[in-house]
Ligand binder design. Structure first.
Ligand code: GLN
Length: 285
């Protein structure tokens, strides 16, 4: 835990840009903003990559799996002491790459850009990403690998204690996440959207937002980090009634070969105990 907190603190103080070599061999640099991309282009590219794969030239043909993430979501992904993305998802995707026999390169980008970038800037995305019907219109998902739910973080002295109490409130969320989508459905509530979860939490501590809605495990990390200032509510409790969510790796639409490689590797890692080891190392420590 100590190590995780240290890494989180470090992640908070750093903004990093990663350069990697993409599946098309071009040098790629992920920067905030440029990641926004063009959804139409990305969709066209996704189609192309699915086609290429049927000709045996899929994303894996160059021996490199170029993975997109948003390293602002501890313990699943954060910037490690060495300035590189670390966390459960990073360890998992590297283990999957090893099983498949490809090198894994990681691009750190905005969460909201990941789905549209699959098939162009990146091959796949792993980012504590919940399977949703809306995302399924643009990408396929691997088998699920983790169960989650949204949590509600409020100031320690807040009177908010139920979904009804969130009505009309200013609620911090990470842009384009399932927490953001939940706020859309809360009567008269305003979503204050942030690219980094920690910025939402800091604005909660500064009194700029009334609550933050974010996934369970990052909420617990922030709850621990600021335990004198905030309290957490489990969104699955009857007072909130949020639905369970399931994380999976986002894949190019229609690329069955890649999906099979990833799912087979995931199944093997569950079978041989590696998956559970990573859970205890990164999530349950
Ligand atoms: N699980 C949430 C989602 O998929 C949040 C993910 C994240 O912020 N990395 O929208």
């Amino acid at each position: 835990m100590k190590k995780t907190v240290a890494a989180v603190l470090l992640a908070m103080t750093m903004t990093v840009t990663f350069a990697g070599c993409g599946s098309d061999g071009k040098d790629k640099t992920a920067e905030s903003g440029d990641a926004a991309g063009n959804a139409a282009d990305a969709a066209a590219d996704t189609e192309k990559s699915a086609q290429d794969n049927s000709e045996g030239e899929g994303p894996l043909s160059d021996g490199v799996l170029n993975v997109g993430t948003n390293a602002e979501f501890p313990p699943f992904e954060y910037v490690g002491d060495d300035g590189e993305p670390d966390g459960f998802d990073m360890a998992l995707i590297k283990a999957i790459g090893e099983k498949i026999g490809v090198e894994v390169t990681v691009e750190n980008m905005e969460f909201d850009s990941l789905v549209a970038s699959i098939g162009s800037k990146i091959d796949v995305a792993i980012a504590g990403m919940t399977i949703t019907d809306e995302r399924k219109n643009m990408v396929d998902f691997s088998d699920e690998y983790y169960e989650a739910v949204q949590y509600v973080i409020v100031p320690a002295d807040s009177e908010i204690a139920s979904a009804a109490d969130l009505e009309g409130k200013n609620i911090g969320v990470q842009l384009g996440t399932t927490g953001d989508f939940i706020v859309e459905d809360i009567k008269d509530a305003t979503a204050a959207q942030y690219n980094k979860a920690v910025d939402a939490v800091n604005d909660l501590r500064n009194g700029r937002v009334d609550a933050v809605i974010i996934d369970k495990n990052p909420a617990k990390v922030f709850g621990e980090q600021f335990k004198d200032e905030v309290k957490l509510y489990d969104g699955e409790s009857p007072e909130f009634g949020f639905e369970k969510e399931y994380y999976a790796i986002a894949l190019p639409k229609g690329d069955e070969e890649l999906a099979k490689s990833v799912n087979d590797a995931l199944a093997e890692l569950k079978e041989d105990g590696t998956f559970d080891e990573l859970v205890s190392q990164y999530i349950e420590n």
